[in-house]
Design a binder for this molecule. Structure first.
Ligand code: ASP
Length: 343
């Protein structure tokens, strides 16, 4: 393993210092043949090896790697999140670290990115990157995506834009981005709100800043936490029954995100079950199974009367991240509603 600090030589002194934290995923995946892009093992190639195979990275910045985890992102855990955020906060507090890139599986990348957006306390760039084709594939997208992510992490333009997600030549806000296609390379989109910008020819092109509070201005502080509150997501559909809600409450959940219909609508029997859960102190957040738009407070349902929280335009998986962090501060739904207006 390389040394934890950047070596300063004459040639490297002018370059930015970028730390690349590896967590696995398809960008570190390997298949038996170069034409196989579907059945492969994610999270097997080390971050050191990935970096060594892209020597041009060292022209961009002084880049060093560190393996934090090696998982398919379907196996991402709260423990890895807590380790990751601590590593990033410690690294970015150092004067000789200018930015961080996190390599990650694409399936849960948006959740990790939004979690870090709320818990990293720095204005320096943090960029999450992945790949849709394993590293062994013909025309794999990993190396170019990683190159672009390092470009971004080393750029002054990326300062104070919150945690960014960069794949396929695009730059997205971690709050807005979501994986939209199971298998296409052009999968990460920010529905309705659009990209923050592009990366082309080794240069970022930005068009806007995220409007919601993030990173250095976030009040969420998890560095000393050992675990995060149990929060679950429940999905709505015609004929939905209350059994799953009762089971989740019995399992000890402190919060539930209900992925409702349209503007967060909830079928009548489920309203009753969620009201019962609320009476036991569980915080209920109404989100939507629709892929874009806002769930408005007191819109499809009287949140004031039920004591529920409206998720604004966060998708259910992002609403769960914010709810979990909100529950580290309070279980008062009106304060938690303020968090959903602010972050
Ligand atoms: N299953 C993989 C993962 O999320 C998919 C990917 O990385 O593209 O780790």
């Amino acid at each position: 393993m390389r040394s934890r600090t950047f070596r300063k030589t004459k040639e490297t002194a002018m370059k930015k210092n970028i730390l690349v934290l590896g967590t696995g995923g398809t960008i570190a995946g390997a298949a038996a043949s170069s034409t196989n892009t579907l059945s492969y093992q994610a999270g097997v190639i080390s971050i050191e090896q990935i970096l060594q195979e892209i020597p041009s990275l060292q022209d961009l910045a002084n880049v060093r790697g560190r393996q934090v985890a090696q998982v398919d992102s379907s196996d991402m855990t709260h423990d890895i999140w807590l380790t990751l955020v601590r590593e990033i906060n410690v690294a970015l507090a150092q004067a000789d670290v200018d930015g961080v890139v996190v390599t990650h599986g694409t399936d849960t990348l948006e959740e990790t990115a939004y979690f870090l957006n709320l818990t990293v306390h720095s204005r320096k760039p943090v960029v999450l990157v992945g790949a849709m084709r394993p590293a062994t594939a013909m025309s794999t997208d990993g190396p170019m995506n990683l190159y672009d992510a390092v470009v971004l992490a080393a750029s002054d333009e990326a300062l104070n834009r919150g945690v960014l997600v960069s794949l396929n030549d695009t730059i997205n806000s971690s709050r807005e981005v979501t994986k939209t296609s199971t298998s296409l390379q052009d999968t990460f989109k920010s529905p309705e709100l659009g990209y923050l910008g592009y990366i082309l020819g080794g240069q970022p092109y930005f068009y806007r800043y995220p409007a919601r509070r993030h990173t250095a201005d976030s009040l969420f502080e998890v560095d000393s936490l050992k675990e995060l509150p149990q929060t679950e997501i429940i999905y709505s559909y015609v004929g939905a029954g209350r059994g799953i809600i009762d089971a989740v409450v019995a399992s000890g959940a402190k919060g539930i995100v209900y992925a409702g219909l349209g503007n967060g609508g909830i079928p009548a029997p489920i309203q009753k079950a969620l009201a019962d859960a609320r009476a036991k102190g569980v915080v209920i957040v109404r989100s939507s199974r629709a892929s874009s738009g806002i769930v408005t407070r007191n819109g499809a349902l009287d949140d004031d009367a039920f004591g529920f929280v409206a998720a604004d335009n966060l998708n259910p998986q992002k609403a769960r991240v914010l709810l979990m962090l909100a529950l580290t501060q309070s279980n008062d739904p009106s304060l938690i509603q303020d968090f959903f207006r602010t972050y």
